[in-house]
Design a protein around this ligand. Sequence first.
Ligand code: HEC
Length: 222
Amino acid sequence: MKLSYLLIASLLVITFATCKHEPSYKITGNIIDTTTKPTLVNDSICFNTQILPLIKASCAQTGCHDAITREEGIVLDSYNGIKALGTRDLMKYINLSYGKVMPPLPQPRLDAASKALLNKWIGEGAKNRICTPTVCDTVNVKYTTHIAPIMNIYCKGCHNTSNAGGAVNLDNYTSTKTCTTTGKMICTITTNGCAIMPKGGPSLSKCDIRKIQIWAATDCPQ
Ligand code: HEC
């Protein structure tokens, strides 16, 4: 009798010990455990406004994963293209610092904020969540609070020190200001006779264009 109780008890212990909740990807230094699926958390990331423009500017420029070059058959200019690559592979490329690191040199690495955003989106299940901004914050428009975030998502991938499309660098205050005061910035984002930016579109939202116009009109405060 006692022996059978003991047997049942130990079976229960074993069952519970091996029954794991689905853990999130584990990132330890350079090692990502991609054998498990990420945990789903709240939906907070918008695919259309936060993820697609970032991936397009960092990965889908000419010569890389755009619809024309299709490097290694991978096209990262749409939700389906990104999903086809698979979020596990995306995780590996953006997080590891050895082997096949993306974007490849001499392209700059994704900055910590962009990586965190992509990881969070993947953690939320890499959904095609579409958001329409309702309020446009045009109060006290400054480079750090209003302009840099737009440049980081929509422009920096093609306009940085090692990859300055059209000899334009948009990864710091000084050169972004220069681009704006010469009138080139507004001209390109309002499709006013210049090369249309972001290259490969779609154009910036009315709200973002408005912020940049206000910034230009108020002498580009930092
Ligand atoms: C996918 C890559 C890519 C993205 C994203 C991109 N650009 Fe460009 N940009 C280029 C290339 C390449 C050129 C050079 C001209 C050309 O090929 O059309 C250029 C040229 C320019 C020029 C110079 C135009 C001229 O007439 O001299 C400006 C200004 C500019 N971009 C601003 C921006 C801004 C602002 C954004 C973000 C809203 C942006 N670009 C996003 C690739 C890009």
